[in-house]
Design a protein around this ligand. Structure first.
Ligand SMILES: [Zn+2]
Length: 181
């Protein structure tokens, strides 16, 4: 038990009493199985009804445990994913349209019902940087291809000229040499 917080609005789900107190406690749990099993912990609000002594946790606790799992796996937590999307003031549909994530998958990552795989997590991480989002917007607008491909075309052209130049040099060298032989 770490600290008590005032939570008079809570109603006991068992007896309906309003005399529910909330304490923040460290909840320890095991994540994974076998060799991958790890003991994780999270600070969760625990509600206690003083009328019937019922103790319970809610969605806030679930979110805190989920966050501990994400931290353990080194991936973004749901509220961080929501934060990235909201930073750009995009709806789920807009964000899904730009990133090509499935809208349903995005919803599941955001509400914590499923963990994004590591590759998608890396992509989400890159989306924290506005210039990367800008690149996707430009790509969607058809501008990115021209910008990205131009230098490559130019390099190839120079390379071709260079080879042609060397071939001419080689030929003239051979021509110069043969009469003397
Ligand atoms: Zn109660």
């Amino acid at each position: 038990m770490e600290r008590a917080i005032d939570d008079s609005v809570d109603e006991c789900p068992r007896c309906g009493s309003n005399s529910v107190t909330t304490t923040i406690e460290r909840d320890t749990f095991v994540y994974g199985t076998g060799a991958d099993a790890a003991e994780l912990s999270a600070l969760v609000p625990v509600h206690t009804c003083s009328a019937c002594r019922f103790e319970y946790t809610d969605a806030v606790a679930e979110e805190a445990r989920h966050e501990a799992v994400c931290q353990h796996l080194g991936i973004l937590a749901p509220r961080q994913i929501v934060g990235i999307r909201k930073h750009y003031r995009m709806t789920r549909a807009e964000f899904a349209g730009l990133t090509r994530f499935g809208e349903a998958s995005l919803a599941r990552w955001e509400n914590g019902s499923i963990l994004q795989n590591p590759a998608n997590d890396q992509f989400l991480y890159l989306l924290r940087f506005p210039d990367n989002v800008q690149r996707l917007r430009e790509r969607a607008a058809g501008k990115a291809t021209a910008v990205a491909e131009q230098p490559q075309v130019a390099e190839r052209k120079f390379a071709a000229i260079d080879i042609e130049q060397k071939r001419l040099e080689a030929k003239s060298f051979a021509l110069n040499k043969s009469p003397a032989a």
